[in-house]
Design a protein around this ligand. Structure first.
Ligand code: ASP
Ligand code: MG
Length: 438
């Protein structure tokens, strides 16, 4: 049998007892005949604690040193996990990201993987050992310094290794049973999605669903590596994230089983799920003169400040005034920087005023079936209106519709949309096993 890469998140290895439990699971996979490579996150909230410590000693810690510090979290869990596996009579060896051949650029805190050369991992599994790799870290090709991939980066490590090792599957173990049609903490009737495409998962992840790191899904799509997101707290089948082609193969395989009472029949859903995001803010530039080049000037300034924008809306200018309003959303964390940069443009552009609102949230309906089914937007907006929620902005992609609403009304709007598209499960409630869901 082939290679299986398993990734365990922080909530799955939060203490000695959890580490022992995970070790048993790994040994069982190995005994079933697979070569097993494990990627592990730091225990529980270790990364947050290390970050707090860093800020206690320095308001602006140096990037190189911060990466040195944070990668220690994964070193602890990887070594403990290797010991726990050894204690079960199974050989195991732990490796740092650098030892595992995870080569990155040199952007501390948000490094990108540029190559994976897993020679030592191949040797370890060839010798019959389980290889344990520290997630979220690598080594810079140029400076040879240790780097980190950004918060939640262990998912990306796992998929990158799985691709380099040509594994059969990359299993991502977390504290929920899989990817849900909405956050079960908001919609208790949310259902687990059996199989979903990379494209839909990317839209969900980019729009606030916290289940998988965006970059990990991009990496999986590029390499066509199937991801199986599942709970380390149960043995249930989780959610498969695969290509659209593989997805229709999986769906038609279950259809031919219809009637024999074995595999559940899955249908291609028009809507996969409803994601929400509370991390954005909205800025409106009021009274912008409606002439060539003003939008370019405003957005160049924001680009120069390294701010990533999400939605942008420009109103038709009122004929009488020749002025228009431009609104956009951006990460709240960048709100201050954006306002300061725009304030400097006031005389040059000659706008009337700037408005900043961080009491907003975004709700996104995602589904590949939107391409071929009319009336989805109308139904979505109607559901939101019936819940008494006002829509402030709208944006769409081919397979997504997003709206910005008052933050206080996110939960109501998510529930309403979920119900309107018949995503509510009815009987089985989603189980959240604990942890922060990170
Ligand atoms: N430990 C890191 C974090 O908490 C990486 C990860 O968990 O994937 O962000
Ligand atoms: Mg973590």
């Amino acid at each position: 049998m082939g290679i299986v890469v398993q990734k365990y998140g922080g909530s799955s290895v939060s203490d000695a007892a959890s580490i022992k439990r995970v070790a048993q699971r790994i040994v069982a996979t190995k005994k079933a005949g697979h070569d097993v490579v494990v990627v592990v996150s730091a225990m529980g909230d270790t990364t947050d604690e290390l970050l707090d410590l860093a800020h206690d000693v320095s308001p602006l810690p140096d990037g190189r040193e911060l990466d040195m510090l944070l990668t220690a979290g994964e070193r602890i869990s990887m070594a403990l996990l290797a010991m726990a596996i050894g204690n079960l009579g199974q050989q195991a060896q732990s490796f740092t990201g650098s030892q595992a051949g995870v080569i990155t650029d040199s952007a501390h805190g948000r490094a990108k993987i540029i190559d994976v050369t897993p020679g030592r991992i191949t040797r370890a599994i060839g010798d019959g050992a389980v290889a344990i790799v520290a997630g979220f870290q690598g080594v810079s090709q140029d400076s040879k310094d240790i780097t980190t991939l950004g918060r939640g980066g262990s998912d990306t490590t796992a998929v990158a290794l799985a691709a380099a090792l040509e594994a059969d599957v990359c299993e991502i173990y977390t504290d929920v049973d899989g990817i849900f049609t909405a956050d079960p903490r908001i919609v208790p009737a949310a259902r687990q999605i059996p199989v979903i495409s990379y494209e839909e998962t990317l839209e969900m992840a980019a729009n606030g669903a916290k289940i998988l790191h965006l970059r990990c899904v991009e990496y999986a799509r590029r390499n066509d590596m199937p991801i199986h997101v599942r709970s380390s707290f149960s043995s249930k089948e989780g959610t498969w994230v695969v290509s659209a082609e593989r997805m229709s193969d999986m769906l038609s395989a279950t259809l031919t089983n219809e009637g024999d009472g074995e595999a559940p029949v899955m249908e291609q859903a028009i809507i996969s799920g409803v994601a929400h995001d509370r991390s954005e803010a909205k800025i409106t530039v009021v009274g912008v003169p409606d002439k060539v080049g003003e939008a370019a000037r405003i957005f160049e300034t924001l680009a120069d400040a390294q701010i990533n924008l999400d939605m942008i809306v420009q109103n038709v200018s009122a004929a009488a005034t020749g002025l228009t309003d431009i609104s956009f959303t951006l990460p709240r964390a960048d709100g201050q920087t954006a306002m300061t940069s725009l304030a400097r443009l006031k005389d040059e552009v000659g706008y009337a005023q700037l408005q900043y609102d961080d009491g907003v949230g975004k709700i996104s309906l995602v589904g590949a079936g939107m391409r071929t089914n009319p009336g989805i937007s109308a139904k979505f907006f109607k559901a939101i209106a019936d819940a008494g929620v006002n829509i402030e902005m709208i944006s769409t992609s081919e397979i997504r519709i997003s709206v910005v609403v008052n933050e206080q009304q996110i939960d109501d709007a998510v529930s309403a949309a979920h119900r309107a598209f018949d995503l509510d499960a009815g009987e089985v409630e989603a189980v959240v096993y604990g942890g922060s869901g990170r």
